[in-house]
Design a protein around this ligand. Structure first.
Ligand code: ADP
Length: 206
């Protein structure tokens, strides 16, 4: 009900800011956060920084059928955390802590995917007794073409099935780039179990 109401407000008054919508509904901006997220993800509305929310969708039915198989990876993924192939294992461990992630993707020049390193890969390397400052990540990473990928266009359900089926915590979100007969994959995001948990809570709360 509330989402339909928000949609009507945006349709007649948009572009309109979150605060203005909240005012019209006599609610706090925070109370609207999950509703606005659902409407944005379902592509019924768009959001522009400093402008506000504007109406896109014609199809209210879509809102009723919104679920994990209609929401796309592109609507929910996080920013990718990457290191270069020649980075040391030590640097990768520091990145893991600073960025607060569980999986780091390894890229070559141009942000092309070469591999993935999980926290257990790094733990194993740290226990190996070698000098982690000199050991490059390329030695310990899982490398292409073994990496399981997702794209912004894939459904969240299908990407979640990949995470479970392949027993990994994160998938790189990629865009393919043709180079002659080869296809390379540029890393544009990171899709993890946290994205699924967040979406689950947003859907449940709405
Ligand atoms: P951890 O081993 O720390 O629990 P994962 O379960 O994600 O984390 O990783 C298991 C193994 O799979 C690791 O060796 C890692 O390099 C590799 N890996 C991580 N992500 C992917 C992916 N998207 N595709 C293929 N292999 C991956």
């Amino acid at each position: 009900m509330r989402q339909t109401h928000i949609l009507e407000i945006i349709q007649s008054l948009g572009p309109i800011t979150g605060n203005q919508i909240a005012e019209k509904l006599n609610l706090s901006r925070a109370a609207l956060r999950s509703d606005l997220a659902i409407l944005t993800m379902s592509k019924l509305i768009g959001a522009k920084p400093k402008v506000g929310y504007y109406f896109i969708g014609q199809d209210l039915q879509k809102l009723k059928t919104m679920s994990f198989d209609t929401i796309l990876v592109g609507d929910t993924h996080s920013l990718p955390i990457v290191v270069k192939e020649n980075s040391s294992v030590y640097d990768a461990i520091v990145t893991l802590f600073i960025e607060d992630v569980g999986t780091i993707f390894v890229v070559s020049e141009g942000n092309f995917l070469e591999g993935a390193i999980s926290r257990k890969d790094l733990l194993k390397a740290a226990m190996g007794g070698k000098n982690n400052n000199e050991l490059p990540v390329s030695i310990i990473m899982t490398r292409m073409p073994k990496i399981i990928l997702t794209t912004p266009e894939e459904s969240v359900l299908s990407a979640a099935q990949k995470l479970l089926y392949h027993q990994v915590d994160a998938l790189p979100v990629v865009k393919s780039v043709k180079e002659g007969v080869n296809t390379k994959f540029q890393v544009v995001g990171r899709f993890t179990k946290t994205n699924i948990a967040r979406l689950f809570v947003q859907l449940a709360e709405s």
